[in-house]
Design a protein around this ligand. Structure first.
Ligand code: SF4
Ligand code: SF4
Length: 341
């Protein structure tokens, strides 16, 4: 099988991602892909395909679609009742972690639903932090002091970093809870305070629900709010809305013209798209990315080893948001420094 070199990594030192350079990923044979000719040229009538350039990030849908909240903007409509995707077991995650080492994965992400609804989450993080850096995307409403302390212990016992990415959608209960539900603001702020007390610098993510020209003022208000719980110079990432699931009902869905075409990709850096360097593992298989969990077009294979040989198809209109906004899923904000600094 033809192969390509995964991207070289940094030297393996304390706190750095593991050095898994020289890993060979299977090359996607574009000539045999549906909608391609024998030279690999893609059919203009089929969705553009993005090959996996390197498997830098491995994501886990660790709590499926189960969440303790039912936010009005949730793009996969998670809730306590949504059991379309169930929790991953520690054993399922461990199997993918084992496979990931020979595939060159440099860091791991955990999402849901709410990851801390998974009773095995701390054990899962313990297994993960033996292999590389981990980030948990959480609403922080299930982080009492005991859990923040346990997370700090895991962080301190690992050579790799543990990041928490906390969703907060407003600067006060009125604004936040209109989207995230009654009581969510206070519970989230308690979680943030517990994390900060235990030495974490959580990445606060917020969906932009205001006109763009108000962003600077909103950031200033977020900074003031977070400083009140001891979090100074907070890392804040403002996200564009993904017009899927509940958000499509709350605001609007995509317009017919909002989709990625072959023409739009001429000269475009595919590395901007998460699907060129990551895959998502759920209890039901492997998917192109965490945004398209429930899109049939994005379910690639049963196993990670098989899925790395499959390209992602930009068949869904959410791909348009990635195309326009860049790295919405990564920890770092698009375009460099933190927006609050
Ligand atoms: S947006 Fe996050 S916290 Fe809200 S329902 Fe969805 S998964 Fe849960
Ligand atoms: S939603 Fe974004 S990351 Fe997912 S397949 Fe589309 S472009 Fe790639």
């Amino acid at each position: 099988m033809a192969s390509i070199d995964a991207k070289a990594t940094t030297q393996e030192v304390e706190g750095e991602p593991p050095d898994r350079s020289g890993v060979q990923l299977p090359v996607w044979d574009s000539g045999s892909a549906p909608g391609s000719d024998v030279h690999g040229a893609q059919d203009e009538n089929s969705p553009p395909l993005v090959p996996l350039q390197a498997l830098d990030e491995l994501w886990f849908q660790v709590s499926g679609t189960v969440c303790n909240l039912r936010c009005h903007h949730c793009f996969i409509s998670c809730s306590p009742e949504n059991h379309s995707f169930w929790f991953m077991t520690r054993e399922q995650v461990a199997r993918a972690l084992d496979a990931s080492e020979s595939l060159g994965v440099k860091e791991y992400y955990f999402t849901g639903g709410e990851p801390f609804m998974n009773r095995e989450m701390e054990g899962i993080l313990e297994d993960t932090l033996r292999r590389g850096p981990a980030t948990v995307l959480t609403n922080a409403t299930l982080i009492p002091e005991r859990r923040a302390r346990a997370l700090a212990r895991l962080r301190d016992g690992s050579r790799y970093s543990l990041e928490l990415r906390v969703s907060l959608d407003g600067i006060d209960p009125e604004m936040n809870d209109a989207i995230r539900g009654e009581g969510a603001f206070h519970r989230c702020m308690e979680g943030v305070e517990n994390l900060v007390t235990h030495g974490f610098l959580p990445i606060i993510t917020c969906m932009r629900s205001w006109p763009e020209e108000k962003t600077d003022a909103m950031l200033a208000s977020f900074r003031t709010l977070l400083a009140e719980v001891g979090y100074h110079r907070a890392r804040i990432k403002i996200l564009p809305p993904l017009l899927l699931g509940e958000e499509a009902r709350r605001s609007r869905g995509y317009e017919e013209t909002e989709r990625v075409t072959h023409e739009m990709l001429h000269g475009f850096d595919m590395g901007e798209l998460l699907c060129s360097r990551a895959r998502l593992v759920s209890a039901q298989g492997v998917h192109a990315c965490p945004i398209l969990l429930d899109a049939p077009s994005a379910r690639l294979e049963d196993s990670l080893e098989e899925a790395v040989g499959r390209p992602a198809a930009l068949a869904e209109q959410a791909c348009f948001t990635c195309y326009m906004s860049g790295s919405i899923c990564s920890n770092a904000p698009a375009g460099g420094g933190w927006e609050s600094q």
